[in-house]
Design a protein around this ligand. Structure first.
Ligand code: SF4
Ligand code: SF4
Length: 272
């Protein structure tokens, strides 16, 4: 078989595509603490994200992997409908949206699925590579605390007692399905964690040691361990004048912060 050589000129085009994606403005740039993040093992990372601290730049190729996950979610909805299940508030229809703690804590479940049993189920769709897919099959969906927190909170806000998890393997299109029950204790625990993160004026304790691989991957590594983060976004969450609480206040202007994620000319970096 003839060998294909990738010439520098082709490399240039490849880089051009990755670069364009890297620089593209995040379409889903969020100004709130998401149900999907609250189960993270490191609360400090969750706090940095919530406050709007800039992390290291996410490479275009990695952002494209996230896009692929969204496309798989759409395909999965299509396959479930094809199999005769009735989906509500699922792609391409408008998703449900839950908001708590003054709008600072929010979640957007993938939908509600009917036809699994007599009762409706909260639908959660995930995609995974083969290794991770096999882990879900072996250890169960709930072994991932982040995902588990998310679906439990969604069930709490939707008033549903059951969850239906659909995991799609990106390598070979295999499917893993799990059903689960609502657990009030878990949902309330993560609701409390969210309240603590939102009200905290300082970054919480680090969740890992510096040598942990999870810190290696973390986009806040430089800020967390070397206090060397570069801050381009200038919003209230990263401002010295912010007075934290469930109701955020501006100490400079003596007003309540009614919209999270905005800025003003008095912004001064809270370098922590
Ligand atoms: S670098 Fe490690 S300890 Fe620091 S925020 Fe990230 S995950 Fe947490
Ligand atoms: S000074 Fe401006 S940016 Fe800072 S907290 Fe007040 S309103 Fe927000």
């Amino acid at each position: 078989m003839a060998k294909i050589f990738i010439e520098p000129i082709e490399q240039k085009h490849i880089q051009r595509v990755f670069q364009a994606k890297e620089e593209a403005k995040r379409e889903d740039s969020r100004n709130y603490l998401g149900f999907s993040g609250i189960g993270d093992e490191c609360m400090r990372k969750v706090w940095y994200d919530f406050r709007g601290y800039d992390g290291t730049v996410i490479p275009g190729r990695v952002k494209m992997i996230f896009d692929l996950g969204h496309k798989i979610e759409e395909l999965s909805c299509h396959y479930l409908r094809l199999a005769g299940y009735k989906l509500e508030h699922a792609w391409p229809d408008e998703q449900m949206s839950f908001s708590a703690i003054n709008g600072l804590f929010r979640g957007h479940p993938d939908g509600v699925i009917h036809g699994v049993t007599a009762k409706p189920h909260m639908l959660e769709i995930k995609s995974a590579n083969k290794n991770r897919f096999e882990q879900f099959k072996k250890k169960g969906f709930a072994h991932d605390q982040k995902y588990h927190a998310q679906i439990q909170l969604c069930m709490m806000y939707a008033g549903l007692e059951r969850g239906f998890v659909f995991i799609y393997c990106k390598d070979n299109c295999d499917i893993h399905i799990e059903r689960m029950y609502y657990d009030e204790k878990i949902a309330l625990h993560f609701y409390d964690v969210a309240g603590t993160i939102i009200a905290s004026p300082h970054p919480p304790e680090r969740g890992h040691k510096e040598t942990d691989i999870k810190c290696n991957w973390c986009h806040h590594n430089m800020r967390c361990w070397s206090n060397m983060g570069i801050q381009k976004r200038k919003t209230c969450g990263t401002c010295q004048h912010l007075k934290s609480g469930i109701q955020m206040k501006c100490d400079k202007k003596k007003v309540d912060i009614v919209k999270w994620g905005l800025s003003c000319e008095e912004w001064k970096l809270n370098d922590c």
